[in-house]
Design a protein around this ligand. Structure first.
Ligand code: OMP
Length: 310
């Protein structure tokens, strides 16, 4: 799956993933009204508002970006209706030719990990029929339970052509409290040790570009650590969150790319989805044109990333 992602990044000359993390506060009034008129102010009404919102954003950006990353918590909080919209969003994005990174950040031991793997990137069998309920292309995992929490996903990478992004150095300000602790030989920080494991786990899954189906999450908010990880993990592709709403700039994350301008895909969620609420775009677009504001934000981000990589 990593080869397909890199092919798309190259074809579009755009290493951007649009995060689909909807909140009711970022849905324009006319969309909320439409959903609430049909389903009332209910969990289903809120979920339907997300669906209408996501669909228009996907329609506005699918020809510009290689991938989207729905974050499951935003949907799960509305119960079964929210999860239904999470699944419909994945299906719709795939129909539009986008790679889907399911941001599910799972972490559990062997048998439970197996269930996550089968449900999200594999198949479950009922009677004689095999179903693929979620169908993400990549999912995010937390590796801090160790190898048994990651291994159950490995067979699915080849069998179903899938990929993983494993948390190595996260973007949040407090990530250092645990991830920077001295660990392993010579007091290396823990995130370097985990990065080394990800590079090793990924070895059998390397593709045409030298990158593995097993990638790492590396926050854009830690420029020095990002550059260092790029240097020591030459076969590990990075998913880089933190650009925009969390304050990281294109310059901060430039070190996550390799000398060919590959090796990373940069996420922006609020910065793109809620662009219509920002003063700079609100001047150009009405709330009804929110998806056009998202499109403009994607184009601006693309230019910004290109400038930083020159
Ligand atoms: O795995 C992630 O995607 C992730 C890892 C990380 O270290 N930091 C981080 O912000 N994320 C996710 O990336 C997205 C960032 O959203 P914005 O800050 O709105 O662009 C959210 O979905 C986060 O859950």
């Amino acid at each position: 799956m990593i080869d397909l992602l890199v092919d798309k990044i190259q074809a579009l000359q755009n290493p951007t993933v649009v995060g689909l993390d909807p909140r009711l506060s970022m849905i324009p009034e006319h969309i909320r009204q439409q959903a609430f008129e049909t389903y009332g102010q209910t969990l289903k009404g809120a979920s339907e508002a997300f669906w209408l919102f996501n669909k228009e954003i996907i329609d506005a950006v699918y020809d510009l970006v290689p991938a989207v990353k729905p974050q499951v918590a935003m949907y799960e909080m509305y119960g079964a209706d929210g999860v239904d919209v999470f699944i419909r969003t994945i299906q719709y994005a795939k129909e539009k030719g986008l790679v889907v990174i399911g941001d599910i950040k799972r972490s559990d031991i062997a048998s439970t990990a197996q269930a996550y793997a089968d449900g999200h990137i594999g198949e479950v069998t009922v009677g004689e029929t095999a179903y693929a309920p979620y169908q993400e292309d990549f999912i995010t995992l937390n590796p801090y339970l160790g190898v048994e929490s990651i291994e159950p996903y490995f067979p699915h990478l080849t069998k179903y052509d899938k990929g993983l992004f494993i948390l190595v150095k996260t973007s949040n300000p407090g990530s250092g409290e645990i991830q920077d602790l001295p660990a392993g030989e010579a007091g290396k920080p823990l995130y370097e040790v985990v990065g080394g494991l990800v590079e090793k786990w990924g070895e059998p899954f390397r593709g045409r570009y030298g990158y593995s189906d097993i990638g790492a999450v590396v926050g854009a908010t830690h420029p020095e650590q990002g550059s260092r990880l790029r240097e020591i993990l030459p076969h590990t592709f990075f998913l880089v969150p933190g650009y925009g709403a969390q304050g990281a700039t294109a310059q901060d994350l430039a070190g996550c790319f390799d000398q060919n301008g590959l090796g990373a895909i940069v996420n922006s969620s609020r910065g793109i989805m809620a662009a219509w609420q920002k003063d700079s775009y609100a001047k150009m677009f009405t709330p009804e044109e929110f998806a056009q504001a998202s499109r403009a934000a994607v184009l601006d981000m693309k230019e910004d990333l290109h400038k930083a990589m020159e």
